[in-house]
Write a protein that binds this ligand. Sequence first.
Ligand code: GRG
Length: 312
Amino acid sequence: MSAAATSPESVPSSGELPATFDFAAYLELSRDRVEIALDASMGPERPESLRDAMRYSLLAGGKRLRPILCLAACELVGGSSERAMPTAVALEMIHTMSLIHDDLPAMDNDDLRRGRPTNHKVYGDAMAILAGDAMLSRAFEMVAVRSANVPADRLLRVVGELALVSGAPGLVGGQVVDLESEGKAVDLQTLEYIHLHKTAALLRACVVTGALIGGASDDQLEAMRTYANGIGLAFQIIDDILDVTASSEVLGKTAGKDLLADKTTYPKLLGLDASREKALQLVRESKAALEPWRDKAAPLLALADYVASRDC
Ligand code: GRG
Protein backbone atom coordinates (compact mmCIF):
# COMPACT_ATOMS: atom_id res chain seq x y z
CA MET A 1 0.00 0.00 0.00
CA SER A 2 3.02 2.31 -0.25
CA ALA A 3 1.62 3.93 -3.38
CA ALA A 4 -1.20 5.32 -1.32
CA ALA A 5 0.96 7.08 1.24
CA THR A 6 0.80 10.86 1.24
CA SER A 7 3.33 13.45 2.38
CA PRO A 8 5.39 12.58 5.47
CA GLU A 9 4.18 15.66 7.37
CA SER A 10 0.65 14.19 7.54
CA VAL A 11 -0.35 12.91 10.95
CA PRO A 12 -1.83 9.39 11.05
CA SER A 13 -5.55 9.91 11.05
CA SER A 14 -6.71 6.64 12.72
CA GLY A 15 -10.11 7.50 11.29
CA GLU A 16 -10.12 10.93 12.95
CA LEU A 17 -10.98 13.82 10.66
CA PRO A 18 -8.51 16.68 10.41
CA ALA A 19 -9.94 19.70 12.24
CA THR A 20 -9.60 21.85 9.13
CA PHE A 21 -11.92 19.75 6.96
CA ASP A 22 -15.37 21.34 6.55
CA PHE A 23 -17.56 18.40 5.55
CA ALA A 24 -20.80 20.41 5.30
CA ALA A 25 -19.20 22.77 2.80
CA TYR A 26 -17.62 19.85 0.92
CA LEU A 27 -20.98 18.08 0.66
CA GLU A 28 -22.80 21.19 -0.53
CA LEU A 29 -20.20 22.00 -3.16
CA SER A 30 -20.05 18.41 -4.41
CA ARG A 31 -23.84 18.18 -4.62
CA ASP A 32 -23.99 21.44 -6.59
CA ARG A 33 -21.40 20.14 -9.06
CA VAL A 34 -23.28 16.86 -9.46
CA GLU A 35 -26.66 18.58 -9.96
CA ILE A 36 -25.21 20.73 -12.75
CA ALA A 37 -23.68 17.68 -14.45
CA LEU A 38 -26.91 15.68 -14.13
CA ASP A 39 -28.92 18.51 -15.65
CA ALA A 40 -26.43 18.83 -18.52
CA SER A 41 -26.55 15.08 -19.16
CA MET A 42 -30.17 15.30 -20.32
CA GLY A 43 -30.36 17.38 -23.49
CA PRO A 44 -33.38 18.49 -25.56
CA GLU A 45 -33.98 14.98 -26.81
CA ARG A 46 -36.97 13.20 -28.29
CA PRO A 47 -39.49 11.88 -27.60
CA GLU A 48 -40.25 14.69 -25.16
CA SER A 49 -42.52 12.46 -23.07
CA LEU A 50 -39.62 10.09 -22.41
CA ARG A 51 -37.23 12.95 -21.68
CA ASP A 52 -39.74 14.43 -19.19
CA ALA A 53 -40.13 11.12 -17.38
CA MET A 54 -36.35 10.65 -17.18
CA ARG A 55 -35.70 14.20 -15.97
CA TYR A 56 -38.52 13.92 -13.42
CA SER A 57 -36.72 11.22 -11.45
CA LEU A 58 -33.10 12.06 -12.23
CA LEU A 59 -33.44 15.70 -11.16
CA ALA A 60 -35.67 15.07 -8.15
CA GLY A 61 -32.91 15.59 -5.58
CA GLY A 62 -31.65 12.79 -3.41
CA LYS A 63 -28.47 12.74 -1.41
CA ARG A 64 -26.22 12.17 -4.46
CA LEU A 65 -24.00 9.98 -2.29
CA ARG A 66 -23.00 7.67 -5.14
CA PRO A 67 -21.58 10.28 -7.53
CA ILE A 68 -19.88 12.07 -4.64
CA LEU A 69 -18.17 8.82 -3.58
CA CYS A 70 -16.93 8.36 -7.14
CA LEU A 71 -15.49 11.89 -7.33
CA ALA A 72 -13.90 11.61 -3.88
CA ALA A 73 -12.25 8.26 -4.69
CA CYS A 74 -10.84 9.67 -7.93
CA GLU A 75 -9.35 12.65 -6.10
CA LEU A 76 -7.93 10.52 -3.30
CA VAL A 77 -5.68 8.62 -5.69
CA GLY A 78 -4.55 11.85 -7.33
CA GLY A 79 -6.99 12.12 -10.26
CA SER A 80 -8.97 15.14 -11.37
CA SER A 81 -12.61 14.70 -10.41
CA GLU A 82 -13.63 16.45 -13.66
CA ARG A 83 -12.57 13.31 -15.49
CA ALA A 84 -14.74 11.15 -13.27
CA MET A 85 -17.86 13.30 -13.63
CA PRO A 86 -19.42 11.41 -16.59
CA THR A 87 -19.02 8.16 -14.62
CA ALA A 88 -20.36 9.82 -11.47
CA VAL A 89 -23.45 10.84 -13.46
CA ALA A 90 -23.71 7.31 -14.89
CA LEU A 91 -23.74 5.86 -11.36
CA GLU A 92 -26.51 8.21 -10.27
CA MET A 93 -28.43 7.18 -13.41
CA ILE A 94 -28.11 3.48 -12.57
CA HIS A 95 -29.21 4.24 -9.00
CA THR A 96 -32.16 6.35 -10.15
CA MET A 97 -33.36 3.82 -12.72
CA SER A 98 -33.20 1.13 -10.04
CA LEU A 99 -35.40 3.30 -7.81
CA ILE A 100 -37.91 3.85 -10.64
CA HIS A 101 -38.14 0.10 -11.30
CA ASP A 102 -38.11 -0.77 -7.59
CA ASP A 103 -41.15 1.46 -7.02
CA LEU A 104 -43.25 -0.23 -9.73
CA PRO A 105 -46.37 -2.18 -8.69
CA ALA A 106 -44.69 -5.44 -9.75
CA MET A 107 -41.84 -4.78 -7.33
CA ASP A 108 -42.06 -2.69 -4.13
CA ASN A 109 -45.20 -0.86 -5.29
CA ASP A 110 -44.51 2.56 -3.80
CA ASP A 111 -46.20 5.92 -4.29
CA LEU A 112 -43.57 8.24 -2.86
CA ARG A 113 -39.91 8.75 -3.77
CA ARG A 114 -37.60 11.66 -3.09
CA GLY A 115 -40.58 13.50 -1.63
CA ARG A 116 -42.65 13.25 -4.83
CA PRO A 117 -45.11 10.81 -6.39
CA THR A 118 -43.18 7.92 -7.93
CA ASN A 119 -42.42 7.92 -11.65
CA HIS A 120 -45.12 5.42 -12.60
CA LYS A 121 -47.74 7.36 -10.60
CA VAL A 122 -47.07 10.38 -12.81
CA TYR A 123 -46.20 8.83 -16.18
CA GLY A 124 -47.74 5.34 -15.99
CA ASP A 125 -46.11 1.92 -15.63
CA ALA A 126 -45.03 1.54 -19.27
CA MET A 127 -43.29 4.92 -19.40
CA ALA A 128 -41.63 4.33 -16.02
CA ILE A 129 -40.18 1.05 -17.28
CA LEU A 130 -38.98 2.71 -20.48
CA ALA A 131 -37.56 5.76 -18.68
CA GLY A 132 -35.57 3.39 -16.48
CA ASP A 133 -34.39 1.40 -19.49
CA ALA A 134 -33.30 4.53 -21.34
CA MET A 135 -31.51 5.79 -18.25
CA LEU A 136 -29.53 2.57 -17.96
CA SER A 137 -28.40 2.85 -21.58
CA ARG A 138 -27.61 6.53 -21.09
CA ALA A 139 -25.39 5.59 -18.15
CA PHE A 140 -23.16 3.52 -20.44
CA GLU A 141 -23.22 6.28 -23.05
CA MET A 142 -22.01 8.75 -20.41
CA VAL A 143 -18.94 6.63 -19.70
CA ALA A 144 -18.13 5.49 -23.23
CA VAL A 145 -18.97 8.64 -25.19
CA ARG A 146 -18.80 11.60 -22.79
CA SER A 147 -15.64 10.79 -20.83
CA ALA A 148 -12.53 12.75 -21.73
CA ASN A 149 -8.86 12.37 -20.85
CA VAL A 150 -9.27 8.90 -19.37
CA PRO A 151 -7.12 6.10 -20.85
CA ALA A 152 -9.23 3.70 -22.93
CA ASP A 153 -8.17 0.64 -20.91
CA ARG A 154 -9.36 2.33 -17.71
CA LEU A 155 -12.68 3.29 -19.32
CA LEU A 156 -13.15 -0.28 -20.45
CA ARG A 157 -12.67 -1.47 -16.86
CA VAL A 158 -15.22 1.12 -15.72
CA VAL A 159 -17.74 -0.16 -18.29
CA GLY A 160 -17.10 -3.69 -17.00
CA GLU A 161 -17.73 -2.61 -13.39
CA LEU A 162 -21.01 -0.92 -14.37
CA ALA A 163 -22.15 -3.94 -16.38
CA LEU A 164 -21.45 -6.28 -13.46
CA VAL A 165 -23.13 -4.11 -10.86
CA SER A 166 -26.28 -3.53 -12.88
CA GLY A 167 -26.76 -7.20 -13.76
CA ALA A 168 -27.31 -10.54 -12.07
CA PRO A 169 -24.09 -10.32 -10.00
CA GLY A 170 -25.29 -6.97 -8.62
CA LEU A 171 -28.56 -5.07 -8.31
CA VAL A 172 -30.76 -7.39 -10.34
CA GLY A 173 -29.54 -10.49 -8.49
CA GLY A 174 -30.08 -8.80 -5.13
CA GLN A 175 -33.55 -7.64 -6.12
CA VAL A 176 -34.56 -11.12 -7.26
CA VAL A 177 -33.50 -12.73 -3.95
CA ASP A 178 -35.21 -9.89 -2.08
CA LEU A 179 -38.50 -10.43 -3.93
CA GLU A 180 -38.26 -14.20 -3.52
CA SER A 181 -37.67 -13.78 0.23
CA GLU A 182 -40.75 -11.69 0.98
CA GLY A 183 -42.98 -13.30 3.58
CA LYS A 184 -40.40 -16.04 4.28
CA ALA A 185 -38.16 -16.56 7.28
CA VAL A 186 -34.79 -15.27 6.09
CA ASP A 187 -31.51 -15.95 7.88
CA LEU A 188 -28.71 -13.44 8.39
CA GLN A 189 -26.66 -14.92 5.54
CA THR A 190 -29.45 -14.44 3.00
CA LEU A 191 -30.18 -10.95 4.31
CA GLU A 192 -26.52 -10.06 3.90
CA TYR A 193 -26.58 -11.45 0.35
CA ILE A 194 -29.54 -9.22 -0.50
CA HIS A 195 -27.98 -6.11 1.01
CA LEU A 196 -24.55 -6.72 -0.51
CA HIS A 197 -26.06 -7.11 -3.98
CA LYS A 198 -28.96 -4.64 -3.91
CA THR A 199 -27.13 -1.81 -2.19
CA ALA A 200 -23.47 -2.33 -1.31
CA ALA A 201 -22.43 -3.42 -4.82
CA LEU A 202 -23.33 -0.06 -6.35
CA LEU A 203 -21.61 1.90 -3.58
CA ARG A 204 -18.52 -0.25 -4.16
CA ALA A 205 -18.70 0.38 -7.91
CA CYS A 206 -18.78 4.13 -7.20
CA VAL A 207 -15.55 4.01 -5.22
CA VAL A 208 -13.81 1.52 -7.52
CA THR A 209 -14.67 3.32 -10.78
CA GLY A 210 -13.64 6.67 -9.31
CA ALA A 211 -10.33 5.17 -8.22
CA LEU A 212 -9.84 3.50 -11.61
CA ILE A 213 -10.31 6.82 -13.40
CA GLY A 214 -7.95 8.49 -10.93
CA GLY A 215 -5.24 5.97 -11.88
CA ALA A 216 -5.28 3.82 -8.73
CA SER A 217 -2.81 0.96 -8.34
CA ASP A 218 -4.05 -2.57 -7.61
CA ASP A 219 -3.22 -2.13 -3.91
CA GLN A 220 -5.13 1.10 -3.77
CA LEU A 221 -8.11 -0.49 -5.50
CA GLU A 222 -8.10 -3.29 -2.94
CA ALA A 223 -8.14 -0.79 -0.07
CA MET A 224 -10.98 1.07 -1.78
CA ARG A 225 -12.97 -2.15 -2.11
CA THR A 226 -12.53 -2.88 1.60
CA TYR A 227 -13.66 0.66 2.44
CA ALA A 228 -16.67 0.42 0.14
CA ASN A 229 -17.83 -3.01 1.29
CA GLY A 230 -18.09 -1.74 4.86
CA ILE A 231 -19.94 1.47 4.11
CA GLY A 232 -22.14 -0.35 1.58
CA LEU A 233 -23.52 -2.80 4.10
CA ALA A 234 -23.66 -0.11 6.81
CA PHE A 235 -25.69 2.11 4.46
CA GLN A 236 -28.37 -0.57 4.04
CA ILE A 237 -28.45 -1.41 7.76
CA ILE A 238 -29.09 2.27 8.49
CA ASP A 239 -31.74 2.23 5.75
CA ASP A 240 -33.46 -0.66 7.53
CA ILE A 241 -33.27 1.25 10.84
CA LEU A 242 -34.65 4.46 9.31
CA ASP A 243 -37.55 2.52 7.82
CA VAL A 244 -38.60 1.82 11.42
CA THR A 245 -37.59 5.04 13.16
CA ALA A 246 -38.07 7.90 10.65
CA SER A 247 -41.19 9.44 9.12
CA SER A 248 -42.17 9.34 5.44
CA GLU A 249 -41.91 13.13 5.42
CA VAL A 250 -38.27 13.10 6.50
CA LEU A 251 -37.33 10.10 4.32
CA GLY A 252 -39.13 11.33 1.20
CA LYS A 253 -40.33 7.74 0.73
CA THR A 254 -42.90 5.60 2.51
CA ALA A 255 -41.69 4.69 5.99
CA GLY A 256 -42.58 1.36 7.59
CA LYS A 257 -42.63 -0.46 4.24
CA ASP A 258 -40.44 -3.34 5.37
CA LEU A 259 -42.82 -4.31 8.14
CA LEU A 260 -45.80 -3.98 5.82
CA ALA A 261 -44.19 -6.18 3.16
CA ASP A 262 -43.11 -8.65 5.85
CA LYS A 263 -39.45 -8.20 4.92
CA THR A 264 -36.60 -9.48 6.99
CA THR A 265 -34.35 -6.62 8.03
CA TYR A 266 -31.39 -6.13 10.37
CA PRO A 267 -33.58 -4.59 13.12
CA LYS A 268 -35.95 -7.56 12.81
CA LEU A 269 -33.11 -10.09 13.17
CA LEU A 270 -30.79 -8.26 15.60
CA GLY A 271 -32.86 -5.49 17.19
CA LEU A 272 -32.30 -1.74 16.77
CA ASP A 273 -29.34 -1.32 19.14
CA ALA A 274 -27.34 -4.27 17.82
CA SER A 275 -28.08 -3.15 14.24
CA ARG A 276 -26.75 0.33 15.00
CA GLU A 277 -23.65 -1.15 16.61
CA LYS A 278 -23.10 -3.40 13.58
CA ALA A 279 -23.31 -0.40 11.24
CA LEU A 280 -20.86 1.57 13.38
CA GLN A 281 -18.44 -1.36 13.47
CA LEU A 282 -18.57 -1.66 9.67
CA VAL A 283 -17.89 2.06 9.32
CA ARG A 284 -14.90 1.77 11.68
CA GLU A 285 -13.52 -1.06 9.53
CA SER A 286 -14.10 0.98 6.38
CA LYS A 287 -12.22 3.93 7.77
CA ALA A 288 -9.32 1.74 8.84
CA ALA A 289 -8.82 0.71 5.20
CA LEU A 290 -8.01 4.35 4.37
CA GLU A 291 -5.26 4.76 6.96
CA PRO A 292 -2.44 4.71 4.39
CA TRP A 293 -3.80 7.95 2.93
CA ARG A 294 -3.91 9.70 6.30
CA ASP A 295 -5.47 13.20 6.23
CA LYS A 296 -5.85 13.14 2.47
CA ALA A 297 -8.71 10.69 2.97
CA ALA A 298 -10.78 13.26 4.91
CA PRO A 299 -13.65 13.37 2.37
CA LEU A 300 -14.08 9.57 2.27
CA LEU A 301 -13.67 9.30 6.05
CA ALA A 302 -16.35 11.94 6.54
CA LEU A 303 -18.61 10.25 3.99
CA ALA A 304 -18.29 7.00 5.98
CA ASP A 305 -19.40 8.82 9.14
CA TYR A 306 -22.24 10.37 7.17
CA VAL A 307 -23.44 6.93 6.09
CA ALA A 308 -23.75 5.90 9.74
CA SER A 309 -25.21 9.14 11.07
CA ARG A 310 -27.63 10.09 8.29
CA ASP A 311 -31.25 10.72 9.22
CA CYS A 312 -32.78 10.29 5.76
C1 GRG B 1 -29.92 -1.88 -12.36
C2 GRG B 1 -30.79 -3.05 -14.42
C3 GRG B 1 -30.98 -2.64 -13.01
C4 GRG B 1 -32.15 -3.02 -12.43
C5 GRG B 1 -32.54 -2.65 -11.04
C6 GRG B 1 -35.09 -2.68 -9.07
C7 GRG B 1 -33.71 -3.22 -8.98
C8 GRG B 1 -33.11 -3.79 -10.23
C9 GRG B 1 -32.98 -3.17 -7.84
C10 GRG B 1 -33.40 -2.49 -6.61
C11 GRG B 1 -32.24 -1.73 -6.03
C12 GRG B 1 -32.64 -0.85 -4.87
C13 GRG B 1 -33.79 0.06 -5.04
C14 GRG B 1 -31.93 -0.92 -3.73
C15 GRG B 1 -32.16 -0.06 -2.56
C16 GRG B 1 -30.97 0.83 -2.39
C17 GRG B 1 -31.26 1.99 -1.47
C18 GRG B 1 -31.00 1.83 -0.02
C19 GRG B 1 -31.74 3.12 -1.99
C20 GRG B 1 -31.89 4.38 -1.26
O1 GRG B 1 -30.75 5.16 -1.58
P1 GRG B 1 -30.58 6.63 -1.05
O2 GRG B 1 -31.04 6.73 0.37
O3 GRG B 1 -31.60 7.42 -1.97
O4 GRG B 1 -29.19 7.07 -1.33
P2 GRG B 1 -31.50 8.90 -2.55
O5 GRG B 1 -32.90 9.23 -2.95
O6 GRG B 1 -30.95 9.82 -1.47
O7 GRG B 1 -30.59 8.84 -3.74
